[in-house]
Design a protein around this ligand. Structure first.
Ligand code: SF4
Length: 686
């Protein structure tokens, strides 16, 4: 059986954007998937999910042809019957046109997110949006809060090269669980531990697989990381670990910061975080003593109403010690702002009219149910075109989302790889290619490479790429833009040229261009990307979002969180599991087998108080509803914390609705952002 090995790139919503080497059998089937050893961040390692990608690629549940719904919404495949591509696209175009004739162009909401991170297949939907003047989408569900927090201090979405972790003496993984979600980080941490005796600290509200491997695990209450960071800085100033020379040269107001932190001592922070003063001081000293200290900033602690303030506070630490100046020192949140790509052609930005309304993707429930806070004086959303996301499961306040999708007057088209929950609510479902079947270009949040991923397999059955479907709709809708008549490769090629980068033909062999800046730029020694070239301890929140007045002048604990009350004393964190990536992979047999069933991790003493044992049913609820999962005792977290890892499909829950029933669609401060880990709940035996 002929077998060859071909390079490509992992497209999933994960900062690692791994360079892959895939086994191709007979030119048609996928064998094993490995990390490319020659890409110096991936270093030959990929997660188990993608190593077994054949399970997903050749899954019997993959959609194979366009479908029109003839039965009940939500009933699944049996409620659909096949139609031709022409008939399906004609019908979608007619429905969108009819909706516009009735309500105006803003009634159509193209809705997408990061089911693929490839720029062409992910973002081409915006080209159609802008040319047709459909409602805009505020992409808040993942990184709005974390971006705001990072930009507040640093000024641009980049940080120290992740490969430098291997040169660190102290690595702090703050609010992330790379063993489960970004395995490559652990490769570089292992090198630092092996070659330098580096220490690993993990800050996370529960004992994740990463925390279990740490030298020190701090488990603050969710939403209190900002207080921890402030108390650490208090100790750094008080005990002489602050680098005043560095701060004078590279930061905006070190004296103001020191005066502000005078009252943010470990006693103050212990009362907020639930950590002991000894834990806080011990961590501060560990951090202060290591000049080569590297903070790998995760997303977890930003998913809170105060998330941007929390992330900002953590980003201040290396500016106080001056760790930014050292090899292996500093911090990284994301490098997605490193390469200045010109997105105009792919996204049709030359046709963007900023006066067209913007709807918050995290508030799709309130939007679809007509909340005037979202719709204002504008029309209802009466037509949705969905790509690369599954809001029936992943969006907060699921009850509203489900009610919205159930509206009989809402037309929905979903372009998907599987009959996911959102597809099951659609009128028309279109079958989508996987990354192995189309061309694209990828940035990486965790590294410095720009990578080309080529199609390595023919499309399955009648599947079409997002780009092809967008172009097919554009033709029927009369939308005109150069991007609609280019192939994906032509779009990539022209985008590279417009960005001043090597075009496709001259791209480095293997499709990987390392865009790593110089040491001075990477470490901000030639200035931070702020107008005054300094790191800002006193951020300009007003420039970042409209709710700036609710955020403090300096890093601080912001009490905006849903901290509960006697009725709802517990704090729920809906954390990512190891085997699923949002709802991607939650239907692959090996992943489901490994994860078992929806489970709440509960402190053993709380479990005993509830007279529950491992495996018993527990009901979790709040003002938005309640659901039943199995309980499991877990130490290594505070008694008020409850963890449910996922995301499981809705049908995995007894009452057919998943964990986002409990999460809120409230926007985080100061410019929105989903607050998935900021949820107070009650627990009862079920
Ligand atoms: S670690 Fe992330 S980028 Fe790498 S293969 Fe897994 S999902 Fe893809």
């Amino acid at each position: 059986m002929p077998l060859d090995i071909v390079p490509t790139v992992c497209p999933h919503d994960c900062p690692s954007a791994c360079a892959l080497e895939v086994e191709r059998i007979d030119g048609r089937r996928l064998g094993r998937v490995r990390g490319a050893a020659s890409q110096s961040y991936t270093r030959g390692v990929v997660c188990a999910k993608v190593a077994r990608y054949a399970e997903r690629q050749h899954h019997p549940g993959r959609l194979s042809q366009p479908l029109r719904r003839i039965g009940e919404k939500g009933a699944g495949l049996n409620a659909f019957r096949p139609v031709s591509w022409d008939a399906a696209l004609d019908e979608v175009a007619e429905e969108l046109t009819r909706a516009v004739q009735r309500h105006g162009s803003e009634t159509v909401w193209p809705y997408y997110y990061a089911g693929t991170m490839g720029l062409v297949q992910r973002d081409s939907i915006n080209r159609l949006r802008h040319v047709m003047r459909y409602s805009r989408e505020d992409l808040t569900i993942c990184n709005a809060l974390s971006d705001a927090g990072w930009l507040a201090g640093v000024g641009a979405k980049r940080g120290v090269d992740g490969r430098e972790i291997a040169k660190s003496d102290l690595i702090v993984v703050w609010g992330g669980n790379p063993v489960s979600t970004q395995v490559n980080v652990m490769t570089h941490i292992a090198t630092a531990r092996r070659e330098r005796g580096a220490r690993l600290v993990v800050v996370d509200p529960y004992r994740t697989a990463t925390a279990a491997r740490a030298d020190l695990h701090l488990a603050p209450l969710p939403g209190t990381d900002g207080a921890l960071a402030c108390a650490v800085m208090h100790v750094l100033f008080k005990e002489g670990y602050a680098d005043r020379g560095y701060m004078m040269r590279y930061t905006d107001d070190p004296e103001g910061l020191e005066a502000h932190l005078a009252t943010r001592d470990p006693t103050w922070a212990a009362g907020i975080t639930g950590l002991s003063q000894d834990e806080i001081v011990g961590f501060a000293r560990l951090y202060g003593r290591a000049k080569r200290s590297y903070i790998r900033v995760g997303y977890g602690f930003s998913r809170s109403r105060n998330g941007s303030a929390q992330l900002f506070a953590v980003s201040c630490l290396p500016a106080v010690t001056g760790a930014w100046a050292y090899e292996g020192g500093g911090a990284l949140y994301s490098n997605l702002g490193l390469v200045a790509l010109d997105h105009t052609l792919i996204e049709g930005l030359d046709r963007l009219d900023p006066s067209i309304r913007m709807l918050d993707q995290s508030r799709i429930g309130p939007v679809l149910t007509g909340d005037p806070r979202d719709l204002g004086n504008g029309p209802p959303v009466s037509a949705l075109f969905v790509q690369n996301t599954n809001p029936m499961v992943v969006a907060p306040e699921s009850r509203l989302v489900h009610r919205g999708f159930a509206r009989p007057d809402l037309f929905v088209c979903v372009h998907e790889q599987f009959m996911a929950e959102t597809a099951a609510m659609a009128d028309i479902v279109l079958p989508a290619t996987t990354f192995l079947e189309h061309d694209d270009i990828y940035l990486g949040g965790a590294h410095t490479y720009l990578q080309l991923g080529r199609a390595v397999l023919p499309p399955y059955a009648e599947c079409r790429s997002n780009h092809d479907v967008i172009n097919g709709l554009a033709e029927r809708l009369g939308a005109r833009h150069p991007g609609f008549v280019m192939s994906a490769t032509e779009l990539i090629d022209r985008t590279l040229q417009l960005s001043g980068l090597p075009n496709v033909e001259s791209f480095p062999h293997g499709g990987r261009l390392d865009c790593c800046p110089s040491f001075a730029t990477g470490h901000f020694l030639d200035g931070f990307p702020q107008t005054d070239k300094r790191f800002h301890f006193r951020p300009d929140w007003q420039a970042i979002g409209p709710e700036y007045a609710r955020l403090p002048a300096f890093p601080d604990h912001v009490e905006a969180i849903d901290d509960g009350d006697p009725e709802r004393p517990f704090r729920l964190v809906a954390a990512p599991s190891r085997s699923f990536l949002n709802t991607s992979f939650n239907n692959t047999p090996s992943g489901v087998a490994r994860e078992g069933r929806p489970t709440a991790l509960v402190h053993p003493e709380v479990l005993a108080c509830l007279r529950l044992a491992d495996g018993d049913r527990v009901r979790i609820g709040n003002q938005r509803g309640s659901l039943v999962v199995r309980a499991r005792g877990a130490s290594g977290m505070q008694k008020r914390v409850v963890i449910v890892e996922g995301l499981w499909p809705n049908h995995a829950f007894e009452e057919g609705i998943g964990i986002n029933l409990l999460t809120s669609a409230d926007p985080g401060l100061p410019r929105g952002g989903a607050v998935f880990h900021d949820t107070s709940v009650w627990l009862r035996p079920a």
